[in-house]
Design a protein around this ligand. Structure first.
Ligand code: 16G
Ligand code: MG
Length: 551
């Protein structure tokens, strides 16, 4: 059956592509200034409909957010039926649709997808969407709605539902719930609170509640939604105090606050001075990233507990539980990226004795590697991550008969953990609950958690070069293939430093090349980072000032 596009083409005239803008579906979808995204969002409606038809009418999600970017930015990403990121094979289609110059080019791009993917356009399509608190959100949602209405107006069956303001992980959760007919949970925000809340209460039952957790909400969607979750759980079990929770005042989103600020600045955000007795956490603008932090009691300095620390804590707890549950055949593994601190990798391998995989930067790469373990813990150092339980692990939890009360308890706790953890994507809320459960069980302070290992001094330097596409990496970003010869030079330098490590990769979200270095002490680490950055600058036609700060 041919696709009736007359209403769609009519609607599309209202959402023309701006000339002189080239769009790329990057690591985390499209992301740029909100006013440049009208046509892109309209066209992502098309992609979601085609993808849904291709998947036999299963629900596809669309999330409008630019995460930790400044408030004027916005962005869009698609969510696949299992609640995961869009299949990477479809990313070039997103780029092609977004860049079609006019309606003729747009319909041609659509036809190409239909042919290449053998899509039966007569199949129904269902799309759900949500957005964060950005001011450009409502108008962009309007564009998306117009697209979906127009596509549904012809002979094709297109249905959709607007879920309003949501965190990114909540939308991922809802997509999975719909496509599992409720087996994963009820496909509503209340269903999400219910599922996480019930598992959390089960896990902390009988333990003394911790002191309040002060949460920096980045002045974003995390604020109203965490308030709802906390209310649902109740103060007897979870006490949170929200800071940077202003989603009304213009210009505040991610401004001097949030997980990205805290991680990159290694410092307290706005409105948190830091008291040694307090416990802090920070979310990013769409609540899919989490870091903890505190003030050291002795030297009164800022201390960060990043994604590496969270993954170490989670792996330790889960490893213990699987042992107590008698599930020796279930492999617990951890996935990190090259940005993971070397000390964390050593801790995982040597102390916890769990297998560790290094994946390319970007959540989708870690997610797929984590699926290879029975229980796969994955976190990026920047605080994005979760834990996946595969089918054999879930089955073992359901079928193992306990031979002692202790074994039964461990099995119950693992089952509750698999409910508590949002397995579709990294989720700051579910990760907060996971960390709080573990700290409650151990009755640990943040500094006790931090004592598992000490981070090696590390430094990240950005270099602006003529063409970042000239940089190609292999082995999960750890080695450069191009420009030829540069990797050998980096190796020579690194060999001169105790516990030295450095790698260079082009950013997927900014027009820069990133240099990472770590070494046995702060001075050597800074020197190594800036020497490598200087080499990159010289070899690749660096722009602006040559990085020399610590030389
Ligand atoms: C995106 C990725 C994040 C990655 C970051 C790297 C998702 C949802 N987010 O924010 O995982 O760490 O890009 O940025 O995949 P970079 O390429 O600029 O270093
Ligand atoms: Mg985010």
């Amino acid at each position: 059956m041919p696709l009736d596009l007359s209403a769609f083409i009519q609607a599309s005239f209202k959402h023309p592509k701006p000339a002189n803008v080239t769009y790329t579906y990057g690591t985390a979808g499209f992301r740029l200034r909100g006013e440049l995204l009208d046509s892109v969002i309209f066209r992502m409606g098309v992609l979601a409909v085609l993808r849904s038809k291709k998947m036999d009418g299963r629900t596809i999600g669309i999330m409008l957010t630019a995460s930790h970017n400044p408030e004027p930015d916005n962005g869009v990403k698609l969510v696949d039926p299992r609640g995961e990121m869009l299949d990477t094979q479809w990313e070039p289609y997103a780029t092609e649709l977004a860049n079609a110059a006019d309606e003729t080019a747009l319909t041609r791009a659509m036809q190409k997808i239909i042919e290449e993917k053998h899509i039966d356009v007569g199949k129904p399509a269902h799309v759900v969407f949500g957005r964060d608190t950005r001011p450009t959100g409502p108008a962009l949602i309007q564009a998306l709605t117009e697209c979906l209405e127009a596509l549904g107006g012809g002979t094709t069956k297109v249905t959709f539902q607007d879920y309003g303001i949501l965190t990114t992980p909540q939308l991922h959760y809802i997509v999975r719930c719909i496509n599992t007919q409720g087996a994963y949970g009820q496909p509503t925000v209340e269903g999400y609170y219910e599922k996480l809340g019930a598992a959390y209460k089960k896990l902390v039952q009988g333990h003394r509640r911790l002191s309040p957790l002060v949460v920096d909400c980045a002045n974003g969607v995390g604020a109203p939604k965490l308030r709802e979750l906390a209310r649902h759980i109740g103060e007897d079990h979870l006490l949170v105090r929200l800071v940077n929770a202003d989603t009304e005042t213009p210009g505040q989103l991610n401004h001097q606050c949030g997980a990205d600020f805290v991680k990159t600045q290694q410092n307290f955000p706005a409105h948190i001075e830091g008291h040694p007795k307090e416990r802090y956490a920070a979310l990013d603008g769409d609540a899919d990233r989490l870091v903890y932090f505190y003030m050291d009691e002795k030297d009164r300095t800022f201390k960060l507990l990043d994604g590496d620390k969270i993954s170490g804590l989670a792996a330790m707890f889960i490893k213990d539980l699987t042992r107590n549950a008698g599930l020796e055949n279930i492999t617990v593994g951890v996935v990190q990226t090259a940005y993971a601190n070397g000390s964390s990798t050593n801790y995982l391998k040597d102390v916890l004795q769990v297998p560790v995989t290094c994946a390319q930067t970007g959540v989708k790469h870690l997610h797929h590697e984590a699926e290879k373990y029975d229980i796969g813990v994955y976190f990026e150092a920047n605080g994005h991550g979760t834990v996946l339980f595969n089918h054999p692990a879930t089955q073992a939890l359901a079928e193992t008969r306990a031979r002692s009360p202790a074994q039964a308890e461990a099995l119950d706790q693992l089952k509750a953990l698999s409910e508590l953890i949002n397995q579709t994507v990294g989720d700051a809320f579910s990760d907060i609950l996971l960390v709080e459960v573990i700290l409650t069980h151990r009755q640990w302070s943040l500094s006790q958690w931090d004592h598992a290992y000490t981070d090696l001094p590390n430094r990240l330097v950005k270099v602006v070069v003529g063409d970042r596409a000239a940089f190609r990496t292999t082995n999960a970003d750890t080695q450069l293939v191009e420009p030829a010869g540069l990797q050998e030079k980096i190796n020579e330098l690194v060999a001169k430093y105790r516990a030295g490590r450095s790698f260079v990769r082009p950013s997927g979200t900014e027009d820069v090349v990133r240099v990472y270095a770590e070494a046995g002490n702060r001075h050597e680490c800074d020197q190594l980072a800036f020497k490598v950055a200087g080499m990159v600058f010289d070899l690749a036609g660096g722009k602006g000032e040559r990085p020399t700060e610590f030389l």
